[in-house]
Design a protein around this ligand. Structure first.
Ligand SMILES: *[C@@H]1O[C@H](CO)[C@@H](O)[C@H](O)[C@H]1NC(C)=O
Ligand SMILES: *[C@@H]1O[C@H](CO)[C@@H](O)[C@H](O)[C@H]1NC(C)=O
Length: 250
């Protein structure tokens, strides 16, 4: 319900801003052009402005603007981890991940090695899914449902962004392949259900080796962040830079 209300408030703002933009420009604009964004243009080094824009950008994603894929909730089909020494394999399946839309921008970086540009994000995620643990020599895996809270996952994303002139004579950013490194500020917390022997056995294994949780948390956060970058790639192909960055002193 709370999300619903926030969402509605956003719609109202969106409509209002679109109207106020159209007002006075209506005569020159035709309906085919992409409507301007519901956030101001930011200087690339104005972190507060970028933070506000990122917030709105996540809402645009979740409403499927420009064909972007919603990331909250997101379903991650499967993530697995083999531990050869312990002769165990863990897998998470049908993971339902929520919380991505509240991702915070920590910093923006420019002129990194190889002409790359970067951003550091901080995310809290909540997830639910199936967990299974296979042990060598045992025919049946142990199964349970898991609920996990990831707090303070830091994503370090870098990419090469090139400016290209489109057929419409506008400049667009073309984003090359991204690299994503995840670091957890804390070991995720979790809860297993039902209250069964399988749950007990999985719990023991997770307690003994918390790096398993860290691994799953990193994989899932990285999967979400790749989707976010894919969405930004789509966005930046569709929206001229001038609508979101002040990048020339014109
Ligand atoms: C994922 O979880 C959210 C929030 O709990 C829920 O609204 C949504 O229906 C779930 N999606 C799927 C595919 O289970
Ligand atoms: C992010 O990654 C880049 C390039 O790999 C590195 O130079 C930078 O120090 C990293 N930043 C953080 C905050 O970890």
């Amino acid at each position: 319900m709370v999300l619903g209300r926030v969402h509605c408030a956003f719609c109202v703002v969106l409509v209002f801003q679109t109207l106020s933009y159209c007002d006075g420009q209506f005569a020159q604009k035709n309906y085919e052009t992409i409507s301007p964004l519901p956030f101001p243009t930011c200087r690339a080094d104005n972190i507060d402005c970028l933070r506000r824009s990122l917030r709105t950008f996540f809402f645009l994603m979740d409403t499927g603007h420009f064909g972007m894929q919603p990331v909250d909730p997101a379903i991650v089909n499967s993530v697995s981890l083999a531990l050869p020494e312990e002769q165990m394999t863990f897998a998470l399946r049908r993971v339902n991940v929520t919380g991505a839309r509240w991702t915070k921008l920590v910093e923006r970086r420019f002129n990194l090695e190889g002409g790359r540009t970067g951003a550091v994000f901080l995310t809290d995620l909540h997830l639910t899914g199936q967990i299974s643990m296979e042990v060598a020599g045992r025919p049946e895996p142990h199964n349970a449902f898991i609920t996990m809270d990831i707090q303070g996952a830091e994503s370090n994303i870098t990419y090469v962004g090139n400016i290209q002139r489109g057929h419409d004579n506008e400049d667009y950013i073309v984003i090359g392949p991204e690299r994503i490194a995840i670091r957890n500020r804390r070991i995720p917390t979790y809860f297993l259900q039902p209250n069964s022997e399988d749950s007990y056995i999985i719990d023991e294994a997770l307690q003994k080796k918390p790096s398993i949780l860290d691994h799953f948390s990193n994989e899932i956060t990285a999967a979400i962040m790749h989707s976010v970058v894919d969405n930004f790639r789509l966005f930046s192909m569709n929206v001229p830079i001038k609508y979101y960055y002040k990048y020339y002193n014109k």
